[in-house]
Design a protein around this ligand. Structure first.
Ligand SMILES: *Cc1c(COP(=O)(O)O)cnc(C)c1O
Length: 830
């Protein structure tokens, strides 16, 4: 076997090195994988012992080699522009690990498993040696990753454009209950998946100033001169479709210094200083800003946004010109740029600049092209997340771009004035430039003005955009607004992360559900089938065991799989109301201490998530969770009924273990604040029941599964808005003995004996009439919903039937469905 593999490897290597331009000879997949694996192991090591990390590197390189031909073929086919090309621009791609997903999509899992038996290692062990690619904060970045999988699997010509951050999302440690951030050096062992394309590098200008000049034909143009240029070097990651031969590309840009930097300084003898200055250019792609749902008002962030936008658009224009020459009249028919949130909105004036200053188009033609190319997805209603850049900063870093924004605004305000004659307030309210002592550019408005499509990410969110935040724009251009409810890929979030359930589904439904998740509705036929319910419960039990092992290892808390697993994992934010969850844990704790445990179902509560490093309240919520967990878990009277853990460093790989082992999914944001959510969908797909508010996609989930299979509670978005006008939390507290007791226990210092008063800010926030998140208003309803969950769980068969119905109803939340809607309604012709 080994000898045969070596012969294969030699043949393969010879063909590869020969650059004959021929296709590699077809070979049995297993032989090819085993052979390349051994070749990479030999080539990559100069010692005898091999670690699991080495096996991972070698296997990843081997899998990459397997897909190179298809990758090239995909690229060549797409370069013909047989259909519209989509560029998905996103500052974040939260990819997680690649190996397991690539093996699944390429149908190589069994082959890889067999190859590894020779090395006496389980595939799962090798998979766990891969470092997560954490190039995103949370839901928005993970959505981009799910979309890439769906686009490739649906055979769409979609390229992801992002930034190759040297340091991704920080690693979270918990020390004495406090969050500590550690840098995430995900590239330290190299990235076996990426292909560096130095020959395709582009330059991106910064600083300098603008000048006008008149060309030979007497036409006036602007030029941006005296710039400091930064090189954008593509690093391509393969995105294999599900068993369809398509390999799409995620192109991540790395900033590097140009070679001709500061010649002046060289010549003046400051050689070493000039070389050292190279670092300034490379800073641009050094680190991901770790703020979720709030703006990053730092100059470096603006530079990242422009760097991504400019490099990606130059790449699109270069490809187009290579195929069609400089006739741009069909550019928009062949290209669409989808902006993932407001972050890359600077692409609007950048496309104008490139078309006018580089390709010499007139304003009107450039504007026509831009407006038919750009499409904008909004992800949040929180005002603190709406990006604005001061005119001063933007004008200093990107002077030519600032000029173009002023011109866009002037022309657009003419049309506003035409629509609302004589309404000065409308002009000021809708202007891209917000006037004031420090004038600001409203980036979201810039995106709307130049986009043919503006979409929200769940039905409620889109309605709130139309009625609230973007009401005036909706009045002006109603045809631009549309909804695209988020989804998650069933390959990673069911087939890969839950192999036990996947096998059970295959046995009853066949395997078609992996590319048509609506087939899961076939499960409804089994809700009354005793054997099936039994098998379903065994799967859940095994998955709970795996989750319990993770919690034991990471939190030193023992979860018992006979108890109800109640889980809330997501970024820590006040609007997501982890605090409400903790108040309920304290409420149960008090009931247990009072001996009030009749009919109580024993439960294990898990909370996990990262707080933005500058977000003091979020960090304090983590601290409270830790302190409450300590009191709960160290009291032997309590632990038979309740256990509570905070899981450090929540990320994609952790979620792959968490969602299959969860009974009850917490989706309890203040209604109207969570644009969609996607964690909610991962849990539902894996058979968790949801306790949740009428927020984001929860509403659509409940419509699909029916209110009887969902623990709904709390104010609706409209009720939140109405209550806000005259909110009196004290009245809710006085009316609720349970809430009064919980707040009393926190205030008594029970959870902060050695740290007196530290939780004061949390209690004050709940008691404040300005509490936007309305914890006090929803607390009793939440406890009642938790009680309903408790009652249902007492009947395990009925719970399992509801669990089956949740998975059965989750088909609509496949990102394949979402992407089909983008394709049909926005990316027409893709
Ligand atoms: C799915 C996912 C999210 C989004 O979760 P929400 O509950 O929708 O906020 C965030 N982080 C990770 C790692 C995820 O996998």
């Amino acid at each position: 076997m080994a000898k045969q593999a070596d012969a294969q490897a030699d043949k393969y290597a010879a063909t590869d090195a020969g650059h004959t331009g021929e296709r590699l000879p077809p070979c049995e997949p297993c032989e090819a994988l085993a052979a390349t694996l051994n070749r990479h192991l030999r080539a990559g090591l100069c010692r005898d012992e091999r670690r699991v990390e080495d096996l991972f590197q070698a296997l990843a390189l081997s899998v990459k080699e397997q897909l190179l031909d298809d990758w090239r073929a995909t690229r060549n086919a797409d370069n013909d522009y047989g259909r519209r090309q989509v560029a998905y621009l996103s500052l974040e791609f939260l990819m997680g690990r690649t190996l397991g997903n690539a093996l699944l999509n390429l149908d190589l899992t069994d082959e890889a498993r067999r190859c590894l038996t020779e090395h006496a290692v389980a595939l799962e062990t090798v998979e766990e040696a891969e470092h997560d690619a954490g190039l995103g904060n949370g839901g928005l970045g993970r959505l981009a990753a799910c979309f890439l999988d769906s686009c490739a699997s649906m055979d769409l010509a979609v390229t992801g454009y992002g930034i190759r951050y040297e340091y991704g999302m920080f690693a979270q440690k918990i020390v004495d209950g406090f969050q500590i951030e550690r840098p995430d050096r995900w590239l330290k062992d190299g990235n076996p998946w990426e292909v560096r394309q130095a020959q395709r590098a582009l330059t991106v200008p910064f600083f300098g100033h603008t000048e006008s000049y008149v060309d030979r034909n007497g036409r006036r143009h602007m030029q941006w001169v005296g710039t400091q240029d930064v090189l954008a070097v593509p690093h391509d990651m393969p995105v294999p479709g599900y068993r369809n031969g398509r390999i799409n590309t995620l192109r991540l840009w790395k900033a590097e210094a140009t070679d001709d930097f500061d010649l002046e300084e060289f010549n003046q003898g400051d050689y070493a200083e000039a070389v050292a200055r190279k670092n300034l250019a490379e800073q641009i792609t050094m680190v991901l800003y770790p703020n979720d749902a709030s703006e990053n008002g730092k100059e470096l962030r603006l530079r990242q946004q422009y760097f991504l936008s400019s490099a990606s658009l130059q790449d699109l224009l270069r490809r187009y010109v290579r195929r069609f020459g400089e006739d741009f009249s069909h550019f928009a028919r062949h290209n669409v740029v989808q902006l993932n949130d407001t972050h890359p909105a600077i692409a609007v004036p950048e496309l104008m600049r490139l078309l006018m200053d580089v390709y010499c188009l007139e304003w009107d033609q450039a504007w026509e092209i831009t407006c038919h190319t750009m499409a904008y997805t909004n992800h949040t209603l929180l005002p603190e997340a709406l990006e604005r850049w001061s005119v001063r900063t933007l004008g200093h870093i990107l002077p030519r771009i600032m000029e173009i924004i002023f011109e866009i605004n002037a022309r657009y305000l003419d049309s506003v004035a035409h629509h609302w004659p004589g309404d000065g307030h409308k002009l000021a309210a809708m202007s891209i430039i917000e006037e004031g002592p420090e004038p600001q550019v409203r980036m979201a408005y810039l995106a709307i003005v130049a986009s043919f499509s503006v979409n929200g990410v769940a039905a409620l969110h889109t309605r709130l955009l139309k009625d609230g935040l973007f009401r005036d724009f909706y009045a002006l251009w109603p045809e631009r607004f549309n909804n695209k409810t988020n989804g998650v890929t069933p390959r990673r979030w069911l087939a890969h992360c839950n192999p036990r359930l996947a096998a059970l589904l295959d046995s009853r439904l066949g395997s078609g559900w992996k590319s048509d998740l609506s087939l899961l509705s076939g499960l409804n036929a089994f809700c009354g089938d005793r054997d099936f319910i039994h098998a379903w419960r065994e799967v859940k039990q095994a998955n709970k065991q795996a989750l319990a092992e993770l919690v034991s290892r990471e939190c030193q808390v023992q979860f018992d799989t006979a108890m109800l697993f109640d889980v809330q994992v997501k970024r820590i934010h006040e609007y997501k109301r982890q605090l409400l969850n903790i108040l309920h844990v304290i409420h149960l704790y008090q009931k247990i201490l009072a001996g009030d445990t009749e009919h109580m179902v024993p439960r294990c509560v898990l909370i996990g998530g990262k707080a933005a490093p500058g977000y003091a309240m979020a960090k304090l919520i983590i601290k409270l969770a830790g302190n409450v967990a300590h009191m709960v878990n160290s009291d032997p009277l309590v632990t038979p009924w309740l256990r509570f853990a905070f899981l450090p460093n929540y990320n994609v790989s952790a979620m792959e273990r968490i969602c299959p082992g969860t009974d009850l999914s917490e989706q309890i944001s203040t209604a109207g604040k969570e644009a969609s959510g996607t964690g909610n969908m991962k849990f539902m797909m894996n058979g968790a029941l949801t306790i949740g508010t009428l927020d984001g996609a929860n509403i659509e989930m409940m419509e699909e599964v029916g209110e009887d299979n969902f623990f709904l509670f709390g104010l609706s978005a409209d009720e939140v808005a109405a209550t806000k006008r005259d909110y009196r939390p004290q009245e809710f507290i006085q009316r609720s003995p349970a809430l009064k007791a919980v707040l009393g226990l926190i205030k008594s210092g029970h959870f902060s004996l050695l740290e007196p008063g530290i939780f004061e800010p949390l209690v004050q926030a709940i008691e404040s009439p300005w509490d936007q998140w309305m914890l006090a208003a929803d607390f009793d309803a939440y406890c009642q919903a938790q009680h309903r969950a408790n009652e249902l769980y007492r009947n395990p068969e009925r719970w399992a039937a509801c669990s089956i119905r949740n998975t059965a109803a989750s088909g609509r939340f496949s990102s394949d469905v979402t992407i089909a809607n983008y394709r049909d309604e926005i990316w027409k012709g893709a």
